[in-house]
Design a binder for this molecule. Structure first.
Ligand code: NA7
Length: 537
C-alpha cells in the first residue's frame, strides 16, 4: 500500500473525464487555472468508456453530438455513421484528449470517495479511494447522469456459474456469445440496442421483459460526403441554429400543427414519413402537442402499436411488446435497428416477467414464478441510479455542517442544475434541474461549462472566494422545474427521470424540460443581473 499523497492546491478539481470533464479541463486551463481531473476509469469518454456493450450507439446524430468549441476540430473529424457507435465516440474522445493535451492533467484510475468543504479556508479537500488527497478552491462534478449501474438485488446471483455482465460496465475484450444460451434482463435503450446483436450470435436468447418500451427505427446509415460536406461548410451556422432549439439540435423544423389539426389519413402519412426518416426527434416533432396532450400522444402511440403488431409475427409476443403504461416520449424514446424484427427469430423468446416475476438467479440460470431457464450467460440491461446516483455515491459534505446526501434526502435540489445552497464552490455539470439529459448532452455540457467558467472568472476579477446558490433562488428553481414538467406528460411515466426505477428513491422530477434554448436564456439573464440568486463572497 502506498502512503496517502498530499498535493498542492488546485483552483479546480474536476471529477470525471467524460465529455463534461474534458471540456471543463480544456476551458478552465485555457483561462489560466490550475485544474486536475480525477477519473475512475483508465481512459477518457465517461459513459462512452463504460458502455461498450454490443450495439451501443448514440441517439443524437454524429454531426451534432460532438464538440462545437473549436471549428478546426469539427472540420477535421470524420464520423463514419449517421448515429455513432460506441467505438467511434470513444475514438473521438481519445482524439480530443490527445489534440488538446488533456491527459497530462487527468489522473486515471482514481475514484473519489469523499469531498469536504472547509468554510474557513474556502477550499475543498478531496479524498480518493486509494487514499490520495487533493485540495482545490472549486469542485466541479462531471460524473455523468447514467454512470452508477444498477444490478437488481435478485437472490442467488453470487451462486451463478455462468458469465454475467451489466451493459454499463461492459468488459473491454470481445465477448462471444456463439453457441450459448443467453438471458437479457431489461428492455430500455441498452437492451433494445443489444438484443438484436446478441440474437445473431447466441444459440438461444431469452429476453426477460418487465415493461415494454417505445422504440422507433434509427434508420442509421453510413455518413456519406454528400451529407457531411455541406453540413461542415455551414458548421458554425448549424451550431448557432442549434442554440435556438429545445434539444440543442438543428435541422428539425419545429412542428406547427396540433395532432387534431390533421385527419386520420394525413396524420398517418406524416407519422409514416417521420418513422422512415428515423430518429426520436423526428418522430416526436410530428406535432407540437405530442408531449403535452394525452389525446394527441395517444394517436402517436397507436401508430407505433400498429407498427409493432405488423412487424412481430406471433400475436401474443406482439401484444407483450406493445407499451401500455406510459405516453410515448415520456421515457427516453429508444432508437433501434431491427429490434421488433428480432422477435421473429426462432432462437429468441420473450419472457413476460410482469406476469411471472423473476424469483431468483440459480447456479445454472434464472427462475421465474413460472419456469426455470437454463442460461450460460446473463446480461443485465437494468439501467442506472440516474442523475443523483454517482453524485451521492461520494460523501460530499461541509466541514462541521451539512452532508449532500442529507440535503437531498427528499430529492435533489439545485439552482439551475449547477449549484447547491449550503455547498459553496460546488459546480455540477448537467446536474438534476438542468436540461442536460433532455437535450444534446454535448451542447448542454458546453453551455454549462462556459457559464461556470464565466462565474469563476467573475470571482477572480472581483477578488471573491466563494459562490453558492441562495436558498430562495434554489427553492424557486426547483418549483419552476416541477411546474414546467407538470405542464407536460413526462411525470406520467415511471422513468429514471423521476427516480422510479430505484426502489425507495424519492419521486422527484429531475430534468428541466423547458428546453436548452430557454435554459440558456435564463442563465444569460442571471449573469446579466449580476448573478441573481447566487451569493458571491
Ligand atoms: P433503463 O432505461 O433504465 O432500462 C432498464 C430496464 O431494465 C427496464 O426495461 C427495466 O424495466 C428493466 N429492469 C430494471 N430492474 C428490473 C428488475 N428488477 N426486473 C426486471 N426488469 C428490470 O436503462 P438503459 O440502460 O436501457 O437506458 C438508460 C438510458 O441510456 C436511456 O434512457 C438513454 O438515455 C440511454 P422497468 O421499466 O423498470 O419495468
Amino acid at each position: 500500500m502506498t502512503a496517502p499523497q498530499s498535493t498542492q492546491p488546485y483552483d479546480v478539481i474536476v471529477i470525471g473525464a467524460g465529455f463534461g470533464g474534458m471540456y471543463a479541463l480544456h476551458r478552465l486551463r485555457k483561462l489560466g487555472y490550475r485544474v486536475r481531473v480525477l477519473e475512475a476509469a483508465d481512459g477518457v469518454g465517461g459513459t462512452w468508456y463504460w458502455n461498450r456493450y454490443p450495439g451501443a450507439r448514440c441517439d443524437v446524430e454524429s454531426l451534432e453530438y460532438s464538440y462545437s468549441f473549436d471549428n478546426d476540430l469539427q472540420q477535421e473529424w470524420e464520423w463514419p455513421e449517421r448515429f455513432s457507435a460506441q467505438p467511434d465516440i470513444e475514438k473521438y474522445a481519445n482524439h480530443v484528449a490527445d489534440r488538446y493535451d488533456l491527459r497530462k492533467d487527468i489522473q486515471f484510475n482514481t475514484r473519489v470517495q469523499s469531498a469536504e468543504f472547509d468554510q474557513e479556508l474556502a477550499s475543498w479537500s478531496i479524498r480518493a479511494v486509494d487514499g490520495d488527497t487533493f485540495t482545490a478552491q472549486h469542485l466541479a462534478l462531471a460524473v455523468g447522469n447514467l454512470s452508477l449501474p444498477r444490478v437488481p438485488n435478485f437472490p442467488g446471483l453470487d451462486q451463478f456459474n455462468g458469465r454475467w455482465f451489466h451493459t454499463g460496465q461492459w468488459p473491454k475484450e470481445t465477448i462471444d456469445f456463439s453457441g450459448r444460451t443467453v438471458g437479457v434482463i431489461g428492455t430500455g435503450s441498452s437492451g433494445i440496442q443489444l438484443i438484436p446483436i446478441v440474437a445473431q450470435q447466441a444459440k438461444q436468447l431469452y429476453v426477460f421483459q418487465r415493461t415494454a418500451n417505445y422504440s422507433v427505427p434509427s434508420m442509421n446509415r453510413l455518413l456519406t460526403p454528400e451529407v457531411a460536406l455541406p453540413h461542415k461548410a455551414q458548421y458554425p451556422a448549424w451550431r448557432e441554429r442549434a442554440k435556438d432549439t429545445p434539444f440543442g439540435i438543428a435541422g428539425h423544423a419545429p412542428p406547427e400543427k396540433f395532432a387534431a389539426d390533421d385527419g386520420f389519413e394525413e396524420r398517418q402519412r406524416l407519422f409514416e414519413t417521420k418513422w422512415k426518416t428515423g430518429g426520436n426527434i423526428s418522430f416526436l416533432y410530428a406535432y407540437k402537442d405530442l408531449l403535452t396532450d394525452q389525446a394527441a400522444n395517444d394517436l402517436a402511440c397507436e401508430f407505433v402499436h400498429d407498427k409493432i403488431r405488423a412487424t412481430v409475427k406471433d400475436p401474443k409476443v406482439a401484444e407483450w411488446l406493445v407499451p401500455n403504461d406510459h405516453p410515448i416520449g415520456t421515457k427516453r424514446l429508444c432508437l433501434d435497428t431491427n429490434y421488433y424484427e428480432t422477435y421473429n427469430r426462432d432462437n429468441v423468446r420473450l419472457v413476460n416477467v410482469r406476469q411471472a416475476p423473476i424469483e431468483a438467479i440459480t447456479p445454472d440460470g434464472l427462475r421465474t414464478t413460472d419456469e426455470h431457464y437454463h442460461l450460460d450467460d446473463l446480461i443485465f440491461a437494468t439501467g442506472y441510479d440516474a442523475m443523483t446516483g454517482a453524485i451521492l455515491d461520494m460523501d460530499i459534505r461541509v466541514k462541521g455542517g451539512a452532508r449532500l446526501a442529507e440535503a437531498w434526502e427528499h430529492g435533489p435540489k439545485t439552482y439551475l442544475g449547477v449549484m447547491v445552497n449550503g455547498f459553496p464552490n460546488l459546480a455540477i455539470i448537467t446536474g438534476p434541474g438542468s436540461p442536460g439529459v433532455k437535450s444534446n448532452m454535448i451542447s448542454a455540457i458546453e453551455q454549462h461549462v462556459d457559464w461556470i467558467a464565466d462565474l469563476v472568472e467573475h470571482m477572480s476579477r472581483t477578488g471573491k472566494a466563494t459562490f453558492q446558490a441562495q436558498a430562495e433562488a434554489q427553492e424557486q428553481w426547483v418549483k419552476h422545474v416541477n411546474e414546467v414538467a407538470d405542464q407536460t406528460l413526462y411525470p406520467k411515466a415511471n422513468s429514471w427521470y423521476v427516480g422510479a426505477n430505484i426502489p425507495g428513491k424519492p419521486r422527484v422530477f429531475m430534468p428541466y424540460v423547458a428546453g436548452l434554448d430557454k435554459y440558456r436564456k435564463i442563465c444569460d439573464e442571471v449573469t446579466r443581473d449580476g448573478y441573481r440568486g447566487v451569493s458571491i463572497n
